[in-house]
Design a protein around this ligand. Structure first.
Ligand SMILES: [Mg+2]
Length: 221
């Protein structure tokens, strides 16, 4: 499926790719609206609607991924709320074995995530995910989300790589489109980013990974 001979650099997303997006969807779609309703003394239904609208209007922007922004906007300690439900953070099936296989084949991937650095820290604490990576890159530190070309330009300035010989695995189709526009040569999505929902029917125009095991480099399988 993936010709590893054509790949020098491996870039991997975190949420929905290596870790189960069920955590993040639960957090924003259930837990935050509940906590917001409690804090404001308003009906949950209204909190769901308000937060749904906010999320919708900021999705795909750096703000949407920024804990400080949401903490200010909602007047809730979003980081503390995340810590409170951190036991729900989980690997996607096969993801850790895939990372171990990459490691065993001598590859050192770079994590590229739109998640806030504090969220990355929390998820690393829970899963130990950082030990499989040469670098963890948060778009927050570049002041540009992966959906923006500036992100890839800054990444290449910091970590030299040949875009044509680079693999990106990311569940987000807008992010993959942005990477394709920049010239990243090998792009894969994820068929089932959130275990609490059914798998997606397609991720067109990008191919999707169903089981990580099928992707392992030969040396490791
Ligand atoms: Mg993702």
């Amino acid at each position: 499926m993936i010709d590893w001979n054509e790949i020098d650099t491996v870039l991997l997303d975190m949420d929905g790719t290596l870790l189960d997006l069920a955590f993040d969807n639960f957090f924003w779609q259930q837990y935050v609206p509940e906590q917001y309703a409690l804090a404001r003394g308003i009906p949950e239904e209204r909190a769901h609607r308000l937060i749904g609208e906010w999320v919708h209007s900021h999705q795909g922007t750096l703000k949407w991924y920024c804990l400080d922004f949401w903490t200010g906007e909602l007047d809730l300690d979003v980081a503390a709320l995340k810590r409170g439900v951190a036991h729900r953070i989980a690997w996607r099936p096969g993801a850790e074995r895939f990372l171990q296989g990459l490691h065993d084949s001598g590859r050192e991937p770079i994590m590229v995530t739109n998640a806030h650095p504090e969220v990355v820290r929390l998820k690393a604490e829970r899963t130990g995910i950082e030990r499989y990576f040469r670098h963890l890159v948060c778009s927050h530190d570049y002041r540009a989300a992966k959906e923006e070309q500036t992100f890839w330009e800054t990444l290449r300035g910091e970590h030299e790589f040949d875009p044509a010989r680079t693999l990106l695995v990311d569940d987000s189709l807008p992010v993959l489109a942005s990477a394709r526009h920049y010239g990243i040569g090998h792009l894969w999505s994820i068929l089932h980013p959130d275990s609490s929902l059914p798998p997606r029917e397609h991720t067109r125009p990008f191919p999707a990974i169903d089981r990580f095991e099928t992707l392992l480099p030969d040396e490791a399988s």
